[in-house]
Design a protein around this ligand. Structure first.
Ligand code: HEC
Length: 291
């Protein structure tokens, strides 16, 4: 073994280069991520999950929900929209700004505000349109919108980023999509009753659903004086015998609390978007992202 030293060094370098690439670099980039204020607001994101929802994460994991569901919205890029919010006093001038920008003057463009003027244009064109309209005394807002097939499906308002998973241990990204992505399901379907029914019998709420039922997350028990508030309303074959009711077990309730806590609807520095007008109040945050 005349070249033992060289061999050792080569092996060592190969190992340390991959360690540096796969472990050290990501750790340096993301290892110190912490809760941060959402863009344009003061609320910190992501908040720890409330107790029941944290228990639900374990139920989600134990039942292998991540075998069929991802929790990662993919984003391809961003695009910009221009929305006219105020017309100002000099309408003639605003109309000539419209002409200058090549916008349609059909069906009285100065009514029905806020109004979409340009959709999916690049930032430069949007800024130019905003400036031209503001010079004419009108007000326009430039909105940043994430794009990509997942966003078009309505699975989220922006792509998922590392910060979204800070409160998860282990992180259940999922890799197969037999069912829809659940990254933002708490916002998309905020109704606990819907989720309970869906887990008990998916095809009761989604026609021809191929999701398996999770009946063991429920129990049938005798009604104690009056039915429980979260007893399922079932008819036909699934209806329990008279005097009995179907209620979620602690696991069932925790799982639904977890699903409702899956929300990635706030703009972050690394994942900016402008919240659609009106959505801010619902999301509970004050958000207009700066790109
Ligand atoms: C064998 C694959 C499979 C497994 C495992 C599975 N699901 Fe599903 N899931 C689906 C399919 C397919 C759909 C779409 C049809 C539907 O909505 O019922 C779906 C839909 C959903 C929806 C509605 C999503 C939407 O956007 O409407 C939720 C919520 C959901 N699943 C939660 C769960 C939970 C929680 C678990 C674990 C207890 C789970 N799923 C396990 C296949 C699966």
């Amino acid at each position: 073994m005349r070249h033992a030293g060289v061999l050792f060094l080569t092996g060592f370098l190969a190992m340390s280069a991959s360690w540096a690439g796969f472990i050290l670099a990501p750790q340096l980039q993301l290892g110190r991520e912490s809760m941060e204020p959402v863009t344009g607001g003061s609320e910190l994101y992501p908040q720890p999950r409330p107790g029941l929802a944290a228990q639900g994460a374990a139920v989600y994991r134990a039942n292998g929900c991540n075998q069929c569901h991802t929790r990662q919205v993919q984003q391809v890029g961003v695009t910009t929209d221009v929305i006219l919010t105020e017309v100002g006093t000099n309408q003639a001038q605003v109309l000539s700004a419209f002409k200058l920008l090549g916008l349609s003057l059909a069906d009285n463009p100065l009514t029905g505000l806020p109004r979409d003027l340009l959709r999916g244009v690049d930032k430069k064109r949007a800024d130019f349109a905003q400036k031209t309209l503001e010079d004419a005394g009108a007000k326009a807002s430039v909105q940043v919108r994430a794009t990509g097939p997942d966003i078009a499906r309505g699975w989220g308002l922006r792509g998922s980023v590392a910060r979204d998973y800070l409160q998860d241990q282990p992180i259940l990204l999922g890799s197969q999509r037999l069912g829809p992505d659940l990254a933002n399901i708490g916002v998309r379907k905020p109704d606990a009753t819907w989720h309970l029914k869906h887990l008990y019998a998916p095809d009761l709420v989604v026609t021809n659903s191929t999701m398996p039922p999770y009946r063991f997350l429920f129990e049938t028990r005798q009604i104690n004086q009056s039915p429980a508030a979260d007893a399922l309303v079932l008819d036909g074959d699934l209806a329990p015998a008279p005097g009995f009711e179907v209620v979620p077990t602690v696991e069932g309730r925790a799982l639904v609390a977890y699903l409702l806590s899956l929300k990635s609807d706030v703009p972050l520095f690394e994942a900016p978007f402008s919240a659609p007008p009106g959505a801010q109040a619902a999301a509970g945050t004050n958000t207009v992202a700066n790109p």
